[in-house]
Design a protein around this ligand. Structure first.
Ligand code: CUA
Length: 179
């Protein structure tokens, strides 16, 4: 198992564990006998407990957010010297990619825009794993940097519904071995 897959498995495990514990707490709170509220009920204490639970929920969500952020398939925008540049233009219903061949091991800066409506520029490897994706927006150019380590053919898919032939916005990028 590679380190990324292992980290994802651990994150899923942690999320599942928190979910199960949360469900057990809810189940218990709805099935336990509690004295009815009377004039003697200490509402200040109840309010304090409510605040504590709110803080716990916020903290748990914050931890989950930070723990899962590294898995967002978004490239590293710090390209070094000698980067390759590729212009990407999305239009209903095809991609114009110039050039379509890049070299493995060298950072590629994709400059992405759209001619008509929003498109989603996403690149997948042989195993159908998304490597990165970025919105293609009309009148706006967005940069994303990615380094392909393995030569081969990579699938480009439109991930933003852009019209009746959205599903036809497929093409490929070829990654050549280093010279
Ligand atoms: Cu372009 Cu969907």
């Amino acid at each position: 198992m590679n380190p990324t897959a292992y980290a994802i498995a651990v994150a899923y495990g942690a999320v599942s564990f928190v979910a199960v514990v949360g469900l057990l707490v809810i189940w218990r709170s709805t099935h336990s006998e509690r004295p009815r509220r009377t004039d003697e009920t200490d509402t200040a204490r109840l309010a304090h407990g409510e605040k504590a639970w709110f803080a716990i929920a916020v903290a748990a969500l914050g931890v989950l957010l930070l723990a899962t952020l590294p898995f967002i398939p978004y490239g590293d925008n710090a390209a070094g010297a000698g980067q390759q540049t590729v212009a990407v233009d999305g239009a209903q219903f095809a991609w114009t990619i110039t050039p379509r061949e890049v070299t493995a091991g060298v950072p590629v800066r994709f400059t992405v825009t759209a001619a008509d409506v929003n498109h989603g520029f996403a690149v997948y490897n042989d195993d159908n794993v998304m490597l990165f994706q970025i919105q293609a927006v009309p009148d706006h150019s967005s940069d994303i940097v990615y380094t392909f380590n393995e030569p081969g053919r990579y699938q480009v898919v439109c991930l933003e519904f852009c019209g009746v032939k959205h599903h036809e916005m497929l093409t490929t990028i070829t990654v050549e071995p280093p010279a």
